[in-house]
Design a protein around this ligand. Structure first.
Ligand code: F6R
Length: 605
């Protein structure tokens, strides 16, 4: 986070960092410039600790700050950002990883530099500092330093002799500049800018910006000027606040009807039974010839990718698969011009997903993106795409992004299906099902007391199983992921068919099993799977048609689904699983929005 203007930088930088706290961090620091000196405050631990250690704040109307998540070197004050050069002329903060740090460190040590920390970032501070000492201005010095590093870097720097200028640069990691009247802000995420301004400029890869209170200028790594477009930040400041909810996760679960509504706004065509995705228009011709679709993503986004692949194959009749983005490049993928790649990522910054996108593009493949974050790297790296408009997702555990991503794949599949052999009346039925969804998701949310009761009962179960078939196999996986992630309960999600090939051995008397049995073509087979589970003593909770007597007779608890079209069931069946995981974690007393070992945006591979 950075600020330049006429107000006290300390307060603004701290308030920006607070809005980015959800990403997880272990230490924090700020530098301001005042009377031609760098003023530094750094502290291990919470931002509160930094504020307590610096009760007066730091003077100055220009400043930068950072919350660090240790990668190179332990959690110590010396390793905290900002880092300074040897002369203490420049200071900078850095988001990303410098891969050639060892070589650069050796080279700088030979030049007589003594390092004060174990971080990769300090290398950058010295490179910039040396260039300034040679007479370059801060913009040129940062540019020169950026050409020497390999890896990823979103940075913002200040220089003590030039207290009117911030310099920001981007290779890989996101950097956004907020524009005001006689003041500017810089951040790694628009969430930190939104309380101050609606107007932003997003740096593209390889760009460096010189930012003053009333103006900015952008160049590329070859020093050529770059024209930048001013964009609008679409979310509101309160979208990133918890409001009356105990946790962001609970708030975001409850935002799903609204998110679905927003995501489908203006995209459903009830008359012709199809969907319109603005981003697709310019590529419509090429899409007509597509013969295969490969979805990819990680974690929850991989599960929505799997739903997308199912919909494409089953309803649009286009062979489709979902691939773990982290594995896609490993297998040396075959890329051809008749395949469409669709990368899905809530943040649009997941390193594994971006790396897969780059590899496919580099081989000439056509890549579309589905993301929640406007201006994110995924949005910028793909040929076309769609925003899911779920609003900021703060909780590490992804919930509303899943339903909004599934919705986006529904729209894409519907569009493709109608370009192929889905009839207008079938298309209209699908559209009607999507239009009804927000109120049906609300109905699922209203059954929260049931989910909570089950969660309290089974919170200490040593293992929980989730099963589904067809379109609900990924939902079973997603249910298990939620429980592992926030409640640290061993869980598996799989197809009913896969169960008897091994995992069934885990079932004991009383093991909780969530079975997803919507009234579609998978129902009868799922009933067979229920018999297998009940015979081994499982406690089965079925998410099924409330009127399905046969299911009712078999299972221990039924969560009734409203009547719905088979295509949309994942957005209904996932709701109880999200809330179940939430209440299990609550009952076990865990930090729900910030689960251990995890960060919201995984920007390392
Ligand atoms: C699960 C979760 C992670 C993310 C994964 C991908 O609740 O949050 O599994 O889904 O790290 O993140 P994005 O979607 O930002 O690419």
């Amino acid at each position: 986070m950075g600020y330049v203007g006429n107000k006290e930088a300390w307060d603004i930088v701290i308030s920006g960092l607070k809005r980015l706290e959800y990403r997880g961090y272990d230490s924090a620091g700020v530098v301001t410039v005042s009377r031609k000196r760098l003023r530094l405050a750094r502290q291990v631990g919470h931002l509160r600790a930094l504020q307590e250690a610096t009760p007066e704040g730091l003077p100055g109307t220009i400043g930068i700050g950072h919350t660090r998540w240790a990668t190179h070197g332990g959690v110590t004050e010396a390793n905290c950002h900002p880092h300074r050069d040897a002369d203490e002329t420049v200071a900078l903060v850095h988001n990303g990883i410098i891969d050639n740090m060892d070589a650069l460190r050796t080279e700088l040590t030979k030049q007589g530099i003594t390092f004060r920390s174990e971080t990769d970032t300090e290398v950058l501070a010295h490179l910039v500092g040396l260039a300034v000492r040679e007479g370059l201005d801060l913009l040129s010095a940062v540019r020169q330093a950026m050409t020497k590093i390999e890896g990823t870097a979103g940075i913002v720097a200040v220089e003590r002799n030039n207290p009117d200028v911030l310099v920001a640069a981007r290779i890989g990691s996101p950097v956004v500049i907020g524009l005001g009247e006689q003041e500017c802000w810089v951040a790694s995420d628009t969430l930190a800018l939104r309380p101050f301004t609606e107007r932003m400029v997003v740096l593209d890869d390889g760009e460096i910006a010189e930012i003053r209170a009333g103006s900015f200028r952008t160049i590329d790594l070859d020093s050529r000027d770059r024209e930048k477009r001013v964009e609008k930040i679409l979310h509101r400041p309160e979208d990133a606040e918890r409001g009356e909810f105990a946790h962001f996760m609970l708030k975001e679960i409850h935002e799903q009807p609204k998110a679905i509504d927003r995501s489908s706004l203006g995209r459903l065509d009830a008359a012709t039974g199809t969907a319109h995705l603005g981003g697709m228009k310019s590529h419509e011709e090429r899409l007509f010839d597509i013969e295969k679709i490969v979805f990819c993503g990680c974690g929850t986004s991989l599960y929505s990718a799997e739903v997308g692949a199912y919909l494409m194959t089953r309803y649009a009749r286009i062979p489709a698969v979902a691939e773990d983005a982290a594995e896609l490049t490993v297998k040396n993928p075959i890329v051809d011009r008749k395949t469409l790649y669709v990368a899905i990522s809530q943040s649009g910054e997941t390193a594994d997903t971006l790396s897969a996108v780059k590899e496919v593009r580099q081989r000439g493949g056509l890549v579309a993106g589905i993301t929640n974050v406007v201006g994110s790297s995924l949005a910028r790296e793909t040929a076309f795409g769609t925003y899911v408009h779920a609003g900021p997702e703060i909780s590490v555990c992804s919930t509303k992004a899943f339903t909004a991503q599934v919705l986006a794949t529904e729209l894409l599949a519907l569009r493709f299906a109608r370009m192929r052999d889905l009839s207008a009346s079938e298309g209209r039925a699908w559209v009607q099902a999507l239009e009804k969804l927000p109120s049906q998701v609300n109905q699922m949310l209203e059954m929260t007391p049931t989910y909570r009761k089950l969660a309290d009962r089974f919170a200490r179960a040593k293992f929980t199983m989730f099963v589904g078939r067809g379109i609900n196999v990924p939902v079973a996986g997603e249910g298990a992921l939620k429980l592992k992630e926030i409640a640290y309960v061993a869980a598996e999600g799989m197809s009913g068919g896969a169960m008897k090939h091994g995992p069934l051995a885990l079932i004991e008397e009383g093991t909780p099993v969530w079975a997803l049995i919507p009234p579609d073509e998978t129902r009868d087979r799922m009933i067979g799977n229920l018999r297998e589970l009940k015979a081994r003593g499982a406690f089965v909770i079925a998410v099924a048609d409330g009127g399905d007597k046969e299911v009712r007779d078999f299972v221990d608890e039924v969560v009734p689904l409203p009547p719905h079209h088979a295509t949309v069931s994942p957005m209904l069946t996932v709701i109880p699983l999200q809330l179940y995981a939430y209440y299990v974690a609550l009952s076990l007393g865990y930090d729900i929005d910030k689960p251990r070992n995890l960060a919201k945006s995984v920007t390392v591979m």
